[in-house]
Write a protein that binds this ligand. Structure first.
Ligand SMILES: C[S@@+](CC[C@H](N)C(=O)[O-])C[C@H]1O[C@@H](n2cnc3c(N)ncnc32)[C@H](O)[C@@H]1O
Length: 216
């Protein structure tokens, strides 16, 4: 039986907390992300999205900033935890005249059938998805054999000075942004059975682009 205090003030789980953070950030997200992109992430969306094709699923799709970078022939589905971010994504799609089936959902347990996509894309999402390993396993489940996984992420730097700064900032980034600075997506991809095709690291190794595929 629940205590009265628990009923009045339930403890949110991490997924609820991250959803709330991004619902709140949504109106300011594009402006602040554009600043980071100019400084640190320039060209990365085009790198990832130009490699996508066929039925494409984007997880943690945010406000659909990747839309202009996909080939016109791709059929796009987005899954995003925050309803407010997803709504801005739909608005962007309308403005660009680009179709995307933008759904509110959890990348850790996708409401999508097995082997139904040719490509899964994630940009700056594995750092905030609470259980990023579960999301990578789900990406593998919904990919057809031979399907591609494309990432642009900030990751744990191999440079000891940068990594020390990341360690210092991690508690604040996590508390206020739901963001993890010390993750290593390549490990999650390997655990989920992906084969790595390309890795491109920049900015003292803390920005990583990855193209991988699900084996046949
Ligand atoms: C830093 S933003 C990146 C958004 C977008 N991918 C981009 O490149 O601009 C991280 C996004 O991940 C979403 N997210 C976090 N956990 C998620 C989950 N479990 N399932 C789906 N989306 C999630 C957040 O709501 C947020 O929109």
């Amino acid at each position: 039986m629940l205590l009265r205090r628990e009923r009045a003030c339930p403890i949110p789980n991490e997924t609820d907390r991250v959803r709330r953070i991004f619902d709140k950030q949504a109106p300011k997200y594009d402006r602040s992300m554009a600043r980071f992109e100019r400084l640190l992430f320039s060209g990365n969306r085009a790198w990832a999205c130009s490699r996508a094709g066929g039925d494409v699923l984007e997880i943690a799709a945010g406000t659909a900033r990747n839309l202009p970078h996909y080939p016109q022939s791709a059929t796009l589905t987005g899954v995003e935890l925050s309803p407010r971010m997803a709504e801005l994504g739909r608005r962007r799609a309308g403005e660009l005249g680009r179709e995307i089936d933008m759904r509110v959902g959890d990348a850790e347990s996708l409401d999508l059938p097995d082997e139904s996509f040719d490509t899964v894309v994630c940009t700056y999402g594995l750092c905030t998805i609470p259980d990023h390993r579960a999301a990578v396993r789900e990406a593998s489940r919904v990919l057809r054999p031979g399907g591609r996984m494309l990432l642009a992420e900030h990751v744990r730097s191999p440079n000891p000075v940068v990594r020390a700064i990341q360690r210092l900032l991690e508690p604040f980034a996590h508390r206020f942004g739901g963001d993890h600075l010390l993750r290593e997506p390549l490990e999650a991809l390997a655990e989920a059975g992906f084969e790595i095709d390309e890795v491109n690291r920049s900015k003292a190794g803390f920005v990583e682009l990855v193209a991988a595929h699900k084996p046949h």
